[in-house]
Design a protein around this ligand. Sequence first.
Ligand code: FPP
Length: 250
Amino acid sequence: MFGFLKKDKVIETPAVVPAHIGVIMDGNGRWAKKRMQPRVFGHKAGMDALRKVAIAASDMGVKVMTVYAFSTENWTRPDQEVKFIMNLPVEFYDKYVPELHQKNMKIQMIGETDRLPKQTFNALKKAEELTKLNTGLILNFALNYGGRAEITQALKLIAEEVSDGKISSADIDEELIGDYLFTGHLPREFRDPDLIIRTSGELRLSNFLPWQAAYSELYFTDVLWPDFDEQALKEAIAEFNRRNRRFGGV
Ligand code: FPP
């Protein structure tokens, strides 16, 4: 039986692997502070952690991993920090995308991405283009993402379609709304995360996928994002396996 070491005991590889995992990568700043380093040092380490966790998820057969890399609220951070984070996709593209491409990962993005700085947007666009025919893990970057803004834009688009006579209000159902959300590009069966992980001990969703998270299992850990690794991912999935998902049934 395969297993992995947790301190002194072996934890079995979880039986069920969630198809879609959402990750709120929190705690980079605190991780850096603990090392008496500037906050951006933590973001850099956070990017390296993301590469490793994406590879681990891909090896375990996860279909979609949506990572909250920058929220619409994060613009209020100091200019230098915002600039640094906005440059990470450029660095990520040069340093890690070739490897992820080789591992058959498909990179996509969600959010108000047209408002990102040009070089940030271009790096992600290039990654999307390069990996668009891949059939493995979809690594979905939420950048300049806000869940309420996402629902608002979906409602506007649907209202326009109704007023243009393309659809009737009777056609509006949950599936149709799902088509108009940023996650509408994902295969229907994988749009909603089965599991959402938030690192660093905060117990909130912070406007991350509020529609899609309706039935997600939530997993909170004190581990700071740069320390989150394959073992931490397996622990989260093991906990997911202990939950009893009833979707409102009995
Ligand atoms: C939250 O930690 C983290 C962020 C807002 C940035 C997340 C970005 C990455 C992990 C890198 C992503 C990589 C790419 C390629 C975009 P925090 O700064 O709020 O930490 P704190 O709560 O300890 O201050």
